[in-house]
Design a protein around this ligand. Sequence first.
Ligand code: DGT
Ligand code: CA
Ligand code: CA
Length: 574
Amino acid sequence: MPVHNADIAAVFNEIADILEIQGENPFRIRAYRNAARVVGELGKETSELANEGMDLTELPGIGRDLAAKIREILDTGSCAVLKRLRKQVPVSVTQLMRLPGLGPKRVSALWHDLGIQTVEQLDRAARDRRLGELPGFGPKTEQRILETIAAHRDTAVRFKLAVAAQYASALTRYLRKTPGVENVVVTGSFRRMKETVGDLDILVTTGNPAAVIARFASYDEVREVLSKGRTRSTVVLKSGIQVDLRVVAPESFGAALHYFTGSKAHNIAIRRLGQERGLKINEYGVFRGAARIAGDTEESVYRSVGLPLIPPELREDRGEIEAASRGKLPMLVEARDLRGDLHAHTSATDGRNSLREMAVAAKTWGLEYLAITEHSRHLTVARGLDAAHLLRQCDEIDGLNAELPGITLLKGIEVDILEDGSLDLPDPVLAQLDLVIGAVHGQFHLSRARQTDRIVKAMENPYLNVLAHPSGRLLGSREPYDVDMLKILSTAPSHGCFLELNAHPERLDLLDTQCQMAREEGVLVAVNSDAHSVRDFDNLVYGVGQARRGWLEKTDILNTRKLHALRALLKRQD
Ligand code: DGT
Ligand code: CA
Ligand code: CA
């Protein structure tokens, strides 16, 4: 991934935070803060400026030393100074500074005098009334810290689904080895395939809860055990992710699975349906009076309120209960429905693997076709291709297609949509390709009207087939740009244009609600990996998860089509 201005600013701010905790020279601290602000507020990506050969010391307050650090961050994503400082002050201590009311002096005192390194430890110490001993902390401060932590919890960092999946799969593998366990399932937002998860909720069924609880707490990735009871426990892993464990008896599996999968809003609506029928629904089962009438399976819970099973991805109380009651639930797309992938990069630009390696990996994953879509010239950070290089790649693709059975490479490009809506390559070049996807990679801050016009104009180009990552958001670092998505969706069909659902873990873009809009507007969605290496095809699973959250069926997805049908859909309008 390219390094963005926000990344550079974050590095400088973290350096400044650490220096402050260490009580360093205020001028040095201010220099880093200033650099963070200057870079953060630049209208253009620093990476672009650097690539255009700009001398970064021309930026206000950036001297030779800071300019060199910016280059280092652009090249490596971090910088040596920060790595060294992090060894002196743990990241979790620096993060305490984010809590309102906690400045560097207080954080330093908490750490040095009470050994407090994490928000959880701070919470515990405040509850135990241990903060009052410290100079500068009274009972009022203690109370305020408790309130702040409670509020902070709601906005605390969320983990990207693909990242959470790594922690979840290691932990569930470990728990499955406990003697006597039956089911181990990750529930909560994770099971609903939400793009980010606040914490992991793991449900275990067994006749021997004590063994599971004990094994859970002694997992070697556990940083802190927050609570440990007979049937539940909460821990924080070293990665910072919190995990709630619940253990129930095997006969409650379905009811507990339903309860802990949520969402809360969906559960409330289902419980209300139960109440209307005189039923009580909780994590142990469905009850009529004292009699337990359902709960072994999730199906039985839904059946008790007269509904078919609703897939977890739909459980957001966005109309799924009504659809279920009318027999109108969508037949959600599945990963195995995908026949191809229309967005991938190779080592010809910023990818890590060769054309051949990507083709073989796509075939191994089960795909029948793969579009190679390098960046165009304008995106200099990714060493975008010019026309000559692109046409050379097309020849290479012809060669590989003649040689490799079972997979067809399509000739494509991820062409930059320039600020005025024109494309970064001339039409006669685009005309030689099988597929053109267009993407916005800069000027995110245009007004809503101008951003919308820009994209609509790009779609008017007869060669543009797919609008890539349409909202432009990067999870945790960039909000979607302001654009009239409904207008884009309603314009797309008349230009033969499709929208991408980019499955890259940082993107997952189209958003789930926009998928629903696309379906209503009759716009096919392409679930694409945006693979930069052979391993990235696995991300398609998360793209499909998001498509399912957006109610999409197999027929709503462009790349579930057979190759000949796809080619017909990509045919030029002219
Ligand atoms: P997250 O962790 O913020 O990404 O979102 P969830 O949906 O995983 O929420 P979480 O971890 O607080 O709770 C997991 C599930 O447990 C939730 O989706 C529904 C259920 N649940 C939690 N607290 C309550 C509650 O107070 N009432 C009800 N009915 N269900 C709850
Ligand atoms: Ca959760
Ligand atoms: Ca939870």
